[in-house]
Each structure stands twice: as C-alpha cells, then as structure tokens.
Design a protein. Structure first.
Lengths: 166, 396
C-alpha cells in the first residue's frame, strides 16, 4: 500500500517535472512546478515529516508560487515562441543519448554511495513541529539565525528598491 | 469495526450533511438579506421558499455549460475543479464532537485527526487561491483577469494576519491538533466563565474573523467579484456547473473559516455553561421556538402560514423531545450536545457573515490593501508577541 502511494506520487512528481520544462506557456510551467511541490509534500508526509510537508505547501505552493503566477498574469506573458525547428534525426538521437547519459550517471551514483538500508515508511518519528522546533533552537541555532538575518537583509533591500523617490 | 468501512461511513455522512448545508446556507443567506432589506426573500418554491435550493441545483445542472471560444480550455475547465476540491477537503480534519462509543465501535466525531490539523487547513486554504486566479486568467477577459489578480493579491495579504492570529492560541494551547485545542479550552474560570481562547485572545479573534472575511472574498472585501466594477469578476465567463462550483467553493470556505474560528477561539463543542445547566439550554430553546411557531401559526391573521408554522413548531418540539430522551441514553446525549453547541456557534458566526453582507458597503481597493498591511498585520504581530511574552512568563 505505502509503496503504491509512493509510486503514484513519485510518478506525478516526475511527470510534472518534465511538463515544467516541456510546456511553452509560463502559467502551465508554474502550475507544473506546483504539482511537483504538492507531490513532494505528500512524499514527505509519507516519510513522517508532517511539519515539513505542511510548510512545503504553505510556503512554496501557497505563497511563493502564488507570487510567480501573479507576476506572470500581471505581465500577461504569452506562450514562448519556438524559434528553430530541430531536425527529426537530431531529436531521436538526442533522446537516445540522454537516456544513455542518465543511465550512466545513475550507475555511477549507485556505485559511489555506501550501501544503505531500505526506507521504512512510518519509522521516522522526528517530524513533528515540536521536534523540529527543538532541533532548530538547539543543534541548528547558528544556521537558523544566520538565515533569519539573510532574509531580513533581503526584506530591507526590497524596501529600499521599492521606496518611492522623495 | 473495520477502519476502512468506518471511515467510508463517516465520510459519506459528512459529505451528505456538508453539501446539504451548503445548498441551504444559500437559502438562509437570501432570506436573511431579504429581511434586512425589508423583503421576504425566496417565497415561491415550496413553503417559505424551502425548496428553492433544490430548484437552483436542478437549474444549474440542466443548464448548458457554455465553453467560450476565446478561453484557454484546459485551465478554464480546471479552475472551478481546483476551487471546489480545495474548499471541500478542509472539512476532513474538523472535529465535530468528542469520542463516542456506539456498541462495539469507539470513534471520534471527526473524519481524521492529523497532529498538524491546523497547518493542514492553512495549507489547503493558501493553495485555494489558484482556483480563483486561474479562472480569472483562463477566461481571457479583462474583467475576469482583474478579478483574479485582485483576489490573489488580497488572499496573499490577508493570509499573513490570519496565520499570525491563529499562532497566538497555538502558543497558549501548545498544540497543532484541533482535538487537543478543544480539550485545552474545557473547564471554567471562577466556576462560570468558560476557558475559551476568545477571552484572553479577543484581539486575535477579531483579526481572525476580519481576515476570514477577506479570505472568503465576502463583503466588505468582495473586490474580486465587485459587480459594479467587474461585471462578476473572475467567474464572468462561467455558466452551469462550473459556475456552481465557484459558488459552492465560496460557501464551503465560509463554513471552514467559521468552524476553525469556533475550534480555536470559541471552545469547539464545549458548552458555555457548566455541565448540568447547559444540558437544559437546547430543550428550553427548542420548546420556546416550537411554542412561538405554533402560537403564530394558529393566529387567525396568519392565514398563509396555517400549516407551515404549526408544522415547524411540531418539528421543533420533536427535536426538544429528542433532547429530552437523550437524558436516558448517554451516547445520544454526548452526540446531540456536542453537535448542538458546535453547530450553534458556527451558525452564529455564519449569521455574522451574512449580517455584515447586508450592512457594510464594499472597501475601495487601496483601502483594502492599506488596512491589511498597516492596521491588521502590525496588530496581529503585537498580539502574537504579547501572547508569547505571557506564555514565557507563566510557564515554568
């Protein structure tokens, strides 16, 4: 059952990822990205990272991508014009070469990585909000604070750029 | 009992009740607004227009679904689907009452309890904006596009005070689960003041309700569908069932927002009075309502309501009798009491939504944005910081 759910949403994620690149219209690409994020959130949920899943949906799909879509709609960006025709032979040859290349890379990665045990769904219990909060404010305090300062600087920069000339 | 079977039964019951409520919510809204404006509202279809929702559903289903030739077909058809699915899905984590035991089965009056239930509702509602934004964009119509743009800007802006207002009671109760939130609010201060979050968090509650109005695109924040500026906003080009989907999504969002407000601030299904007294309130209310209805129905001046009002009165008295019987059956009492108080609070908040629609004029767009960023957001921030300070000082 868990494996089936994993395969379904992993498949959706990969499909949306390909669609993200293949679509010519920016809105369609943005929506594909939302699809990727949504299915990733479900995979996190399945692995026991409930808080991360919710944060993924709220922050990425709900806030950042809404801004993306908003800007695309505001600029009324049309479909991308494909300028040149790729010859049919090149296209099929490219597909074959790409498949070979991906196979090679995955083989190398698998060979280099140490032997790991298989993932057990439901074994990880440290994904609750309380556990993550405790980790953030003890073990990862420095990176957390540094990131906050970085975001603060970005906010200040945005205000300076957006401020009206007086 | 089998977990799957139990979940299926619960899902079926909840879906049926929710969809019926949505249909009748529209009838209630038209009636209340009608009376606010000194009209009678729907009156022709059935007694007091009670069959109007049914007639509307039949009309919307049998209407021709027009697919305009200038739209982006895929997204045009996808948008209402997204809107209605995301609006209905939140109800899955809303608890309606405590744990009950019927024969061999022990279950919660809730479809599923996530320990991130509150975040789940936030996540779903934050994604819900795509339905409106996409619908406006795919319609390829300048009014629709403006409506969609307004809606997405408005929902992003009001999501911030909404989330900050939610965070304050979360700090108090130290949980993200709706059930534990309601458990935290049980009991009474000084023996009679309920320990609801609304008393220490009155500012947060007001911010939540105001932002809730904006999140559901209701008056006075219904800029996305402002009739006198944008025809009908994002759903100008929609007809038939796709229009009904947007409509249903709006009402479902209203139910979700009021349910979350009830659970976080108004104590969920906890009664407002201590246990032995609160059990008599529903009986008194229904008996009084029934007697008033019978009295007016038998009055010679009200010839038109000769049958409907006494019938309504009898139904009310029957419900009162049901509450009376429930004193002998503990399970029934638990279910009825929880449902009575939970639905009562939701009903009051929904009435507030409708009342405001009948009373307040619409904001101007710059006022709407300024209000969110200059008033609500700092206020919510201060409220959260103050709550955090109090929690830090009082906890050991």
């Amino acid at each position: 059952m868990t494996a089936l759910i994993f395969l379904i949403f992993a498949g959706i994620a990969v499909f949306c990822g390909i669609s993200l690149v293949a679509q010519t219209h920016p809105i369609a690409s943005a929506l594909s990205l939302i699809g990727v994020m949504g299915s990733l959130a479900l995979l996190y949920l399945q692995l026991g990272g409930e808080f991360i899943a919710a944060a993924q949906m709220i922050v990425y799909a709900g806030a950042i991508m809404v801004l993306f879509v908003f800007v695309i709609m505001l600029l009324n960006a049309g479909a991308e014009a494909t300028s040149r025709q790729i010859p049919l032979l090149n296209r099929y040859l490219g597909m074959l070469l790409l498949a070979a290349f991906l196979g090679l890379i995955s083989f190398i990665i698998q060979a280099m990585l140490p032997k790991t045990e298989g993932v057990v769904f439901g074994a990880f219990m440290g994904g609750t909000a309380a556990a993550i909060g405790r980790k953030l404010f003890t073990v990862y305090l420095l990176p957390f604070e540094v990131t906050s300062v970085l975001i603060l600087i970005a906010i200040l920069g945005a205000i300076v750029l957006a401020r009206r000339e007086v | 009992m089998n977990f799957l079977l139990l979940s299926l039964i619960k899902a079926a019951v909840i879906a049926f009740v929710l969809l019926t409520t949505l249909a009748y919510l529209q009838w209630i809204e038209r009636k209340v607004i009608g009376h606010i404006q000194l009209r009678v509202g729907p009156y022709r279809v059935g007694p007091h227009g009670l069959l109007q929702p049914l007639a509307d559903v039949v009309k919307l289903i049998t209407k021709e679904g027009v697919l305009p030739s200038h739209v982006n077909k895929f997204f045009y058809l996808l948008a209402p689907f997204i809107a209605v699915v995301l609006a209905l899905i939140s109800i899955a984590v809303i608890p309606f009452g405590p744990q009950i035991t019927i024969g061999p089965v022990t279950t919660w009056m809730q479809l599923t309890d996530l320990n991130i239930g509150i975040l789940f509702v936030l996540a779903v509602s934050s994604v819900g904006v795509y339905g409106v934004a996409l619908g406006g964009w795919a319609s390829n119509n300048k009014y629709s596009l403006l409506g969609g743009l307004r809606s997405s800007a408005q929902m992003i802006s009001y999501e911030l005070p909404l989330a900050l207002a939610i965070a304050a009671p979360l700090l108090l109760a130290n949980t993200l689960s709706f059930r534990e939130m309601v458990d935290y609010q049980s009991g009474y201060w000084l023996g009679f003041i309920p320990r609801w979050n609304v008393f220490p968090e009155i500012v947060g509650f007001c911010i939540f309700v105001i932002a809730g109005f904006a999140e559901t695109n209701r008056v006075p924040f219904d800029l996305p569908e402002a009739e006198n500026e944008l025809v009908a906003g994002f759903h100008t080009e929609y007809s038939s069932m796709s229009f009904a989907a947007f409509f249903m999504a709006e009402y479902a969002n209203m139910v979700t927002v009021t349910a979350v407000a009830t659970l976080l601030f108004l104590g969920g299904w906890q009664p407002p009075f201590p246990e032995p007294y609160s059990n008599f309130i529903p009986i008194i209310i229904f008996v009084l309502g029934g007697l008033i209805a019978v009295f007016h129905g038998l009055h010679p001046a009200r010839r038109m309501d000769k049958f409907t009002l006494p019938a309504t009165g009898l139904v009310f008295l029957g419900i009162a009798a049901l509450f009376g019987i429930s004193f002998l059956v503990p399970v029934l009492k638990t279910i009825l009491m929880a449902l009575f108080w939970f639905c009562g609070k939701i009903g009051l908040l929904l009435f507030l939504f409708i009342w405001v629609r009948g009373t307040l004029p619409r904001f101007r767009y710059d006022q709407l944005m300024r209000f969110a960023w200059i008033v609500l957001f700092p206020l919510a921030m201060v409220n959260l910081l103050a709550t955090g300070l109090v929690v830090a000082l009082t906890s050991k």
